[in-house]
Design a protein around this ligand. Structure first.
Ligand code: HPA
Length: 277
């Protein structure tokens, strides 16, 4: 990994670059995951910047991710949306995939909303369903907080007793019930990918206490926690991972399932975001 001083400098350069271009910095930011770039349609965008133009932002290599930072408002609430993310499976290290989250934290973002596509491992999970993440397991074998700690960003040993703020989960649950959008709740396990899991791996992940599996989110949440941001995270179940009845899955199937969840996810976010503390 890059030395920490060089990394901190690059984050600071991106922060100055964005401060010069964005007249206001909102309190809330959102990361749009695989197949969820349609959520950008509910944002009234005032500025859009390509990751390629922002110092230090990783260049995305997967087509299902757009790679733009948007400033705007959602249901009247100012927001930054990162449309697309970098993944470990693209060859980036844990610090690189969380670079944009470091920048958000250094800009002063208080609440981070994360979304992703995942495989559902419970019998009741159907492709296109939404799950509120209540906790996670890091099975990526790496951690963006490895290496020297930059104390101004956060503590050496960050607490993880409530990584997905209970208060925000309660709010999300009550709003989802209010507007009649069904949501599951459960544990997300993060793996590197890019392959999907074998039947034996799904069985192992179920037994270790995970409900869904995906290839992102956890590094971002670790950095957000390190910097004191509150996190609310949603997984879209894009494939049903029953080890006893596993069928092959294509990226097209994943994107189609994520697309089906686009509308209810937009309704949820439009209801939750104006009520954030
Ligand atoms: N496994 C891991 N990551 C995923 C899956 C899966 O089944 N589906 C979407 N992302």
């Amino acid at each position: 990994m890059q030395d920490i001083d060089g990394y901190v400098d690059l984050v600071n350069r991106a922060v100055s670059f964005l401060r010069e271009r964005l007249e206001t910095i909102p309190q809330t930011a959102m990361i749009l995951g695989t197949g969820l770039s349609g959520l950008a349609d509910v944002i009234d965008v005032s500025h859009e910047l390509a990751y390629t133009d922002i110092p230090g932002f990783p260049q995305l290599t997967v087509q299902s991710h757009q790679g733009t930072l948007m400033l705007g408002s959602l249901a009247g609430t100012p927001i930054i949306a990162l449309n697309g993310r970098a993944h470990l499976y693209e060859g980036y290290d844990a610090r690189q995939v969380t670079f944009s989250v470091r920048v958000l934290g250094a800009l002063g973002i208080k609440t981070l909303i994360v979304s992703n596509a995942c495989g559902g491992m419970r019998q009741e999970h159907r492709a296109g369903d939404i799950m509120l993440i209540e906790d996670h397991i890091n099975l990526m074998g790496t951690n963006p907080l490895e290496g020297p700690n930059h104390d101004p960003w956060g503590p050496r040993f960050p607490d993880m007793s409530d990584p997905y703020a209970t208060s925000l989960r309660k709010l999300a649950r009550s709003k989802a019930d209010e507007i009649g959008v069904p949501i599951h709740e459960g544990v997300y396990v993060a793996v590197v990918g890019p392959n999907l899991e074998t039947r034996a791996e799904y069985r192992m992940l179920q037994r270790m206490g995970a409900d869904v599996v995906g290839m992102s989110t956890v590094p971002e949440v670790l950095v957000a926690q390190h910097m004191g941001m509150q996190v609310l995270a949603f997984s879209i179940i894009t494939d049903e991972c029953d080890p006893d009845n596993l069928s092959p899955i294509s990226i097209e199937d994943v994107l189609a399932a994520a697309d089906r969840a686009g509308r209810p996810m937009s309704e949820l976010l439009t209801t939750i975001i104006p009520s954030l503390p």
